[in-house]
Design a protein around this ligand. Structure first.
Ligand code: ADP
Ligand code: MG
Length: 214
């Protein structure tokens, strides 16, 4: 199996090839087709197994192929537990949005709130963020999530361990479009808190587990 077998949009397939990715990892082989078929996912695989592209590529495919549900609201939101992890995800998102018509932004805790409000006012298509700061901006009405098409939770187990369930619940409630797809990734399997939380967030999810961390 190769990346070219997923049937990505031509430009996306070209970018993947140009970046030198040819063979998808195990989690990518399973998660990418499942996400592309529109399913909600709970996916786990160990650290370093390529989970980021397992959600970034189906996200780019969906945003490219489907018409936006809203002209103003962000189309995809990716949440990660820490500043460092959010930065790492953003750098992989930028590989695909740089030089395209997709505007992607990074919203982190600990940075200037008003500057971020201005960035959000420019109606980005893709937001990568830490949950606390994002929920703050949502509470201030700096953007709305009714048109959100993709909610992606990276390292969901760690976000819950860090106590972000209140913020995630609020974000989930505001992102209430019936066409929303939710992808939840974690490094551990059978994390009881994640499973319970996932029930409130995901619609009839597909479960994919490959070699999780203990
Ligand atoms: P995880 O989130 O599962 O910990 P990452 O998504 O951060 O893993 O990926 C780890 C590294 O593997 C990154 O440097 C990424 O560019 C690289 N990588 C991801 N997918 C592939 C692939 N199919 N082939 C080669 N390298 C890959
Ligand atoms: Mg990761």
């Amino acid at each position: 199996m190769q990346f070219k077998d997923f049937g990505f949009d031509k430009r996306l397939a070209g970018q993947v090839e140009h970046l030198g990715f040819d063979t998808p990892t195990e989690i990518q082989q399973q998660a990418i087709p499942a996400a592309m078929s529109g399913h909600d996912l709970i996916a786990s695989s160990k650290t370093g197994s390529g989970k980021t592209l397992a959600f970034v590529l189906p996200m780019m495919q969906r945003l490219t192929k489907q018409k936006a549900l809203s002209k103003k609201d962000p189309r995809a939101l990716i949440l990660a537990p820490t500043r460092e992890l959010a930065k790492q995800v953003f750098s992989q998102v930028r590989l695909f949005t740089a030089g395209s018509s997709f505007k992607s932004v990074l919203i982190l805790g600990g940075e200037n709130f008003n500057d971020q409000a201005k960035v959000l006012a420019k109606e980005p298509h893709i937001i990568v963020a830490t949950p606390g700061r994002l929920a703050d901006h949502l509470g201030h009405g700096h953007f709305y999530l009714q048109g959100l098409e993709l909610l992606i939770l990276d390292e969901a187990d760690r976000m819950l361990d860090l106590g972000f369930s209140k913020e995630l619940t609020k974000i989930n409630e505001e992102a209430n479009h019936r066409k929303r797809q939710t992808l939840l990734f974690s490094a551990t399997m059978d994390h009881a808190q994640v499973n319970e939380f996932a029930l409130s967030l995901l619609k009839d999810p597909k479960r994919i587990a490959v070699d999780a961390d203990i």
